[in-house]
Design a protein around this ligand. Structure first.
Ligand code: C5P
Length: 223
């Protein structure tokens, strides 16, 4: 298959979701938010009272999972679980933490692999996650690995929450981010790490527009 893929991997809160959407919009390509797929499975499991350790039940659920992504103009997406819009519900921190617990299970990851690859549609795909360049699309045209300090990522998350009028505890947010980083990077299957041929971009101290301006020449050179 010759449909080009650009991968953006990195830890949570690094801005890869926003950058992925901006790149996809600028290119007129599709995008994949692979974390949303883990979050959808987590939400479905939580609603059914399935434990994040119950591999058998999770695999059954993954096989039956009825999910739909509707791309809207200007880079937005509406996400559905069994026909119900859950775009906001899957963003809850508790669902992110649940997702990161089920993401350590190799059979669960395998069960979600094909669903992710199905997003590779003409004219091209920009995919964000933890293992896009290493496992899901190892033959990607361009692989970018984004980093930023945990402190900076916690501040970004706190600002997002404040904008939604949610009261925040910055230290707690940073601890949660560090715990998630540790779980994502120390798991044995598909750990969070740059592919050998990825370009590493540190976005500490940079806004989205500055980061986009750094990435765009790499994209132009690669496609
Ligand atoms: O990116 P996001 O925070 O939405 O992802 C939620 C969780 O799903 C991550 O903490 C990670 O454990 C898991 N995940 C993963 N592989 C991906 C995307 C997400 O393991 N490609």
């Amino acid at each position: 298959m010759n449909v080009p893929v650009i991968t953006l991997d990195g830890p949570s809160g690094v801005g890869k979701g926003t950058l992925t959407r901006k790149l996809a919009a600028a290119l007129g390509w599709h995008f994949l938010d692979s974390g949303a797929i883990y979050r959808l499975l987590a939400l479905a499991a939580e609603r059914q009272g399935i434990s994040p350790e119950d591999e058998t039940a999770l695999l059954k659920l993954a096989a039956e999972l009825d999910i739909r992504f509707e791309e809207c103009p200007r880079g937005d997406v509406e996400i559905f679980l069994n026909g119900e819009p859950v775009t906001q519900a899957i963003r809850a921190d508790a669902i992110g933490a649940f997702a990161s617990r089920i993401a350590v299970l190799a059979p669960v990851r395998d069960a979600l692999l094909e669903r992710q690859r199905q997003f590779r549609q003409a004219p091209g795909l920009v995919a964000d996650g933890r293992d896009m360049g290493t496992v899901v699309f190892p033959e990607a045209t361009l692989k970018i690995f984004l980093t930023a300090t945990a402190e900076e990522r916690a501040k970004r998350r706190a600002n997002q929450l404040r904008a939604q009028n949610v009261s925040v505890n910055l230290e707690q947010i940073q601890r949660d981010i560090e715990a998630r980083d540790l779980r994502d990077s120390s798991r044995t299957v598909a750990p969070l790490k740059p592919a050998a041929d990825a370009i590493i971009v540190d976005t500490t101290g940079q806004g989205i527009d500055e980061s986009f301006a750094r990435l765009w020449p790499m994209v132009e050179a690669a496609i």
